[in-house]
Design a binder for this molecule. Structure first.
Ligand code: FPP
Length: 259
């Protein structure tokens, strides 16, 4: 499903947050993707390029996430799903993994307040049983506290891998059901049950890969790649990504009447 750019209410909120309507005007009349998935790549390189540690990049990346989620929401996007920690990220140094987990703890706690402020529902996808118990408890608390909010739906992919999600979904299906397996039935066993597939995937930092992200859900998604590292991703980049989405000819494997 595609929405159009919000009118008055969106403009008002956008002004409050950003203090400008300039970028927002660029969206007037454009189709807005209902769901944007993001691979927030390049934090480590960004930190090093600033003469600091890789972890400094992650810290600033978390701040960028908060800002960018609000801007997509004000543009009219209903779902944003971000790759915060992959099933492969455990192979990084103990220091870096430890730092990311600490950042996660802070982020999840802070998100309870942010969710209330922004009327935002936050959910986590991924294999959560491998996470520390206090993190699992924070996730449960945040999901419960935000479950009735009706604004942006923010999905955090934590200890997430697309293949892992598909295998877990299949196992859940096998345990629970005798009904014939169809795509629709299978989708109801995925972590993203009830969440529409992304219309747009954004990946920063010049890499052109899916990196095991949302393998099932990205089947017909438009991909927007940008050289910038994630901490530098800006309001203008949000607008450019939506403009790019509007230039794509989405046919979902079919042909258009005029073809
Ligand atoms: C990829 O950059 C990013 C990650 C592995 C983690 C993303 C995490 C954040 C943006 C902040 C934390 C998020 C939450 C929700 C707390 P990279 O480290 O692979 O960068 P590189 O490609 O330069 O090495």
């Amino acid at each position: 499903m595609i929405c159009t750019a919000p009118r008055k209410r969106g403009v008002h909120r956008y002004r409050q947050i950003e203090g400008t309507m300039k970028s927002y005007e660029a969206l007037q009349g454009l189709k807005i993707p209902e769901h944007v998935a993001i691979i927030m790549d390049g934090n480590g390189r960004w930190g090093k390029a600033k003469g600091k540690k890789r972890t400094y990049g992650h810290k600033m990346g978390a701040e960028t996430l908060e800002k960018i989620a609000r801007i997509y929401s004000d543009a009219g996007v209903k779902y944003v799903t971000v790759y915060a920690f992959s099933t492969e990220n455990w192979s990084r140094s103990e220091d870096e993994v430890g730092y990311l987990m600490t950042l996660m703890r802070q982020y999840l706690k802070q998100s309870i307040k942010n969710a209330k402020r922004d009327n935002m529902r936050v959910r986590v996808i991924g294999r959560r049983e491998d996470l520390a118990e206090d993190i699992q408890a924070s996730i449960a608390k945040l999901e419960d506290a935000s479950k009735d909010y009706t604004g942006l739906n923010l999905q955090l992919a934590i200890n997430y891998g697309g293949r892992d999600e598909i295998i877990r979904a299949f196992n859940r299906y096998q345990r629970a059901s005798n009904e014939p397996l169809t795509a629709e039935v299978f989708e109801s066993y995925l972590d993203t049950k009830g969440i529409p597939d992304p219309g747009l995937l954004v990946r920063t930092s010049g890499e052109h890969r899916t990196s095991n992200y949302l393998l099932w859900q990205l089947a017909y998604t438009e991909f927007y790649f940008i050289e910038k590292h994630w901490p530098d991703f800006s309001e203008e980049d949000v607008m450019a990504s939506i403009q790019y989405f509007n230039k794509r000819d989405r046919r979902f494997g079919g042909i258009k009447d005029e073809d």
